[in-house]
Design a protein around this ligand. Structure first.
Ligand code: 2BA
Length: 107
């Protein structure tokens, strides 16, 4: 048995967890905070059989693929008025750890 720990962005956490549940996986979601940026992210725990690890990773990869989004940002003073301008911001991505599990007990 394995335990997957997947750190995903809060934006992707619903689609990742919904797809995992749809795929038959049991999950636990933890609210977490990145040590570097100190912003919120979501850590998803998945206990699963060894032969299901690749399937779960595929789902996580598909639902949290790194991409850029265009968001309005900042303001510039041009032609006598302030305006926002669009910038490309990288979002998404996941950090995945796969750990061996000796035992899983439920009481
Ligand atoms: P990522 O490497 O994609 O990591 C995203 C989040 O995943 C991290 O949030 C952290 O919560 C978790 N994570 C990543 N690697 C981990 C590991 N080896 N062990 C435990 N948790 C891990 P943040 O710590 O806030 O980092 C956000 C982004 O800032 C990172 O994206 C990376 O691009 C950058 N970063 C992190 N540490 C850095 C450093 N020391 N110097 C430069 N850039 C750094």
């Amino acid at each position: 048995m394995k335990l997957i720990l997947a750190v995903v962005s809060n934006d992707d956490s619903s689609s990742v967890s919904n797809s995992l549940i749809k795929g038959g996986f049991q999950i636990t979601k933890l609210a977490s905070t990145g040590g570097f940026l100190k912003t919120g992210n979501t850590t998803i725990l998945i206990g699963l059989d060894d032969d299901k690890v690749d399937d779960a990773i595929e789902i996580i990869k598909k639902e949290s693929r790194k991409r850029t989004e265009i968001i309005p940002s900042g303001s510039s003073y041009e032609f006598g008025r302030y305006a926002t301008y669009p910038v490309n911001v990288p979002v998404g991505g996941a950090t995945v750890f796969v750990i061996d599990v000796d035992k899983c007990l439920k009481f």
